[in-house]
Design a protein around this ligand. Structure first.
Ligand SMILES: *[C@@H]1O[C@H](CO)[C@@H](O)[C@H](O)[C@H]1NC(C)=O
Ligand SMILES: *[C@@H]1O[C@H](CO)[C@@H](O)[C@H](O)[C@H]1NC(C)=O
Ligand SMILES: *[C@@H]1O[C@H](CO)[C@@H](O)[C@H](O)[C@H]1NC(C)=O
Ligand SMILES: *[C@@H]1O[C@H](CO)[C@@H](O)[C@H](O)[C@H]1NC(C)=O
Ligand SMILES: *[C@@H]1O[C@H](CO)[C@@H](O)[C@H](O)[C@H]1NC(C)=O
Ligand SMILES: *[C@@H]1O[C@H](CO)[C@@H](O)[C@H](O)[C@H]1NC(C)=O
Ligand SMILES: *[C@@H]1O[C@H](CO)[C@@H](O)[C@H](O)[C@H]1NC(C)=O
Ligand SMILES: *[C@@H]1O[C@H](CO)[C@@H](O)[C@H](O)[C@H]1NC(C)=O
Ligand SMILES: *[C@@H]1O[C@H](CO)[C@@H](O)[C@H](O)[C@H]1NC(C)=O
Ligand SMILES: *[C@@H]1O[C@H](CO)[C@@H](O)[C@H](O)[C@H]1NC(C)=O
Ligand SMILES: *[C@@H]1O[C@H](CO)[C@@H](O)[C@H](O)[C@H]1NC(C)=O
Ligand SMILES: *[C@@H]1O[C@H](CO)[C@@H](O)[C@H](O)[C@H]1NC(C)=O
Length: 493
């Protein structure tokens, strides 16, 4: 009897020796299972942590995992540590681990996909080296406060949402993502920084408090900012973008795109109730439609010449100069209201957003803003004020003054007829990318600009907003397929 048992054991050991470092997969249900693979420097296959496992789990020995590391629904697992592991070529998937509170990966640097979803107890991660490379990253429904152990120099898609404690996302070594970045519904105080990001396929930010993208040059897709609480946003380096959607940012008072020459899709700016100034100083062409609605006192589009879709501009403020700028761009509906213009300045600080409250625009009647003395642009400077920004603002104020003077002269000289036309306001937002030639520009060519009629209607607010926005969103969603594609969980490479 004992003899047979020994034989059996020996056979098992032999089998383990042969099989232990090659997959297709190993399932870890006990500490012994973990020991079984601890002599493999490289494991070729998937490691699956069984859902029955409980307590902390320590894995060691493996440096390179050529496969996935997966743990789903192990509701009693409290911690995973994995010393020595440097690479995971496949996906690192953790989902539904309701008591997992820590991850300790001393050496991990490279991962295929990171998929961490529904980890409601996960507050910290302890990655000594830090992950520098990943393909796609999806982190949602965790209690993580920081992602500082993710030090990406390379990452292709980022999706971070519903992490209510997450107050900082800084990927400051990342220069590009080939797919989209989407960060939504994390801590309302979330500050997002991409100090070196130059290109991405799209950037969506929702419910955040700051966004810094000082070097962002190219977005081959949307810039979508909604429900954020920052006071200003600037894309100081942006030169290429498809669609720009800036909607429902209740504190946003300053917006700046100082270099942007062309929008290859649509521009929508709406429901930002504090936004008094919109500035696109270099924008010449919009390939889709342009829709600006709000309570802005100024909208500077000094060189706009071509909007291929429809143009809809509505402000409650009485400033006909805004409309005048669009008198040669195609089909224009421009309505301005009766409220007197406010003093507003345009922020061009190098930081992309500003959240501090020193700015003058929190109260529209604040009067010290536009004088040469006050350096407080709408971006605001409090506590940590910076000399450079003061200089910048002075230059800006001078420039704005110059522009104002220039425009005033121009306006005086032209004795403009003030005829702008609302020829086909009911047309759907057409054009976009597919058929840009058909809409605005054709019409424009056949239109005598002097037939334009400037409509001085007080703006109708209210219900139209929501309805129209929905329409737009749907259309865009169809058009672009713009959301982050589902991340594959078996994307081993
Ligand atoms: C995990 O549990 C959820 C429900 O509790 C279930 O829908 C899901 O399929 C499970 N996932 C796996 C991989 O077993
Ligand atoms: C994006 O970055 C990767 C490295 O992270 C690089 O190999 C690739 O060429 C870059 N692509 C672009 C378009 O800059
Ligand atoms: C406008 O923005 C406010 C504040 O963000 C939001 O509560 C409201 O729902 C938005 N309205 C529409 C129609 O989107
Ligand atoms: C009216 O709008 C134009 C164009 O944006 C701007 O230059 C001007 O300063 C605005 N006027 C006032 C009084 O705000
Ligand atoms: C708008 O402002 C102009 C002067 O800039 C003034 O003549 C006109 O009466 C104002 N319109 C309304 C409706 O307040
Ligand atoms: C710009 O952002 C950096 C980092 O967030 C911050 O340290 C600096 O004070 C900011 N500068 C200004 C002028 O806001
Ligand atoms: C703006 O100032 C007026 C008085 O000057 C005050 O009644 C109002 O509450 C202020 N609004 C804000 C948003 O601070
Ligand atoms: C605005 O300027 C007046 C005098 O011009 C000064 O008394 C007041 O303190 C200033 N307010 C702010 C907020 O700087
Ligand atoms: C600017 O304001 C400060 C204090 O508000 C005042 O001391 C100074 O004389 C002002 N400078 C100018 C040029 O108005
Ligand atoms: C259009 O606006 C420009 C400058 O704003 C002005 O010079 C030109 O006369 C305007 N043309 C018409 C037809 O209003
Ligand atoms: C432009 O946006 C406003 C506000 O969202 C909306 O009322 C209007 O219908 C939009 N226009 C078009 C053509 O989508
Ligand atoms: C912008 O992003 C929000 C949040 O992710 C999304 O709901 C909305 O559909 C997006 N809008 C467009 C036009 O893509």
């Amino acid at each position: 009897m004992i003899y047979y048992i020994c034989l059996l054991l020996a056979a098992t050991v032999v089998q383990v020796v042969f099989a232990q470092c090659d997959g297709p997969s190993v399932t870890i249900s006990t500490a012994d299972d973990a020991t079984g693979i601890s002599n493999c420097g490289t494991f070729n296959g998937d490691i699956i942590i069984a859902d029955s496992i409980s307590g902390p789990l320590a894995l060691t020995g493996i440096s390179h995992l050529k496969g996935d590391l997966t743990c789903n629904n192990a509701t009693k697992l409290t911690e995973i540590s994995f010393h020595q592991l440097v690479t995971i070529s496949g996906s690192f998937t953790l989902t539904g681990l309701t008591t997992l509170s820590n991850l300790k990966f001393d050496s991990l640097m490279e991962v295929g996909d990171i998929i961490w979803n529904d980890l409601p107890a996960l507050q910290t991660m302890d990655f000594t080296t830090g992950i520098v490379t990943a393909d796609r990253v999806s982190i949602s429904n965790t209690k993580l406060r920081s992602l500082s152990d993710l030090k990406f120099t390379s990452c292709n898609a980022i999706e971070i949402f519903n992490n209510p404690e997450l107050a900082t996302v800084s990927f400051n070594d990342l220069t590009n993502t080939t797919d989209t970045i989407s960060i939504s519904d994390n801590s309302p105080s979330l500050e997002v920084e991409f100090q070196k990001l130059a290109s991405s396929r799209g950037l969506t930010l929702q419910n955040a408090n700051a966004l810094n993208v000082p070097l962002l040059d190219t977005l081959v897709g949307n810039l979508n900012l909604s429900y954020n609480s920052f006071r200003s946003f600037s894309a100081p380096s942006l030169t290429l973008v498809v669609d720009v959607f800036i909607t429902s940012n209740p504190l946003l008072s300053s917006l700046s795109f100082p270099l942007l020459p062309e929008i290859n899709g649509n521009l929508l700016i709406t429901n930002n109730s504090r936004l008094g100034a919109i500035s696109f100083p270099k924008l010449q062409t919009v390939s889709g439609s342009l829709n600006l609605t709000g309570e802005f006192s100024r909208a500077d589009f000094p060189v706009i010449t071509n909007i291929q879709g429809d143009t809809i501009i509505e402000t409650t403020i009485n400033n006909s100069t805004i409309c005048g700028q669009f008198n040669s761009t195609g089909t224009v509906t421009c309505n301005f209201g009766t409220e007197p213009p406010q003093d507003v300045t345009i922020d061009t600080s190098t930081n992309s957003t500003s959240t501090n409250s020193g700015g003058g625009n929190t109260n529209d009647t604040s009067s010290n803003d536009s004088g040469g003395n006050s350096s407080t642009s709408s971006g605001g400077i409090s506590g940590a004020a910076i000399g450079g920004i003061v200089a910048g603002v002075i230059v800006l104020v001078l420039a704005a003054g110059g522009f104002w003077w220039w425009r005033r002269r121009k306006n005086q000289n032209s004795g403009r007829p003030e005829k702008l036309e609302d020829s086909t306001p009911e047309l759907p937002m057409g054009g976009h990318h597919e058929k840009p030639e058909l809409q605005g520009s054709e019409r424009f060519r056949h239109q005598d600009p002097s037939m334009y009629e400037l409509k001085d209607n007080p703006m109708r607010k209210g219900p139209t907003y929501g309805r129209a926005e929905l329409g737009w969103d749907n259309q865009i969603a169809e058009m672009e397929g713009s959301s982050v594609p589902e991340m594959s969980s078996d994307g081993r490479r």
